[in-house]
Ligand binder design. Sequence first.
Ligand code: ADP
Length: 152
Amino acid sequence: MIKIAVFPGSFSPFTKGHKAIIKRALPLFDKIIIAVGINYKKHQHYSIEKRIKWINDIYFNNPKIFIKSYKGLTVDFCKKENAKYILRGLRDFNDFKFEKNIAQMNKSLNSEIETIFLITSPETSHISSTIVRDIIKNGGDAKQFLPKEINI
Ligand code: ADP
């Protein structure tokens, strides 16, 4: 059976931190679906179309990577896509606290799906989409935190 992972997130915007996680996860899975969440609770600063296009501009040539949007529960999306793994990145203790609860709740909702965590590489552990958005909003240059394909 092929190993399919879903990498869910807001990706608002997709950063070098996300890219580093994908790069390291690629040898572990046969297929990775980057799942851009349509999350009603979180105010999204960039449209779903924009967020998907940016990611597509990076990976359109990679046969193992697929980009999709989704609504609702991540475990339901995984089931629909036949994915047995949820991929997440961990930067620090705050991420851990948040991610631990989500992973355990997801496990209760669907025991067949495992969440796999990768600890960030030191070069990208300080990068967050929130701070990138703040820099851009205040007229700064956030290029160094973004993959070269993304021009905001
Ligand atoms: P969410 O709104 O679901 O947290 P994000 O787009 O902020 O979505 O993040 C998606 C995933 O990428 C999360 O697992 C998050 O911890 C991880 N992530 C975000 N930034 C980095 C980074 N710099 N290095 C590694 N993982 C990261």
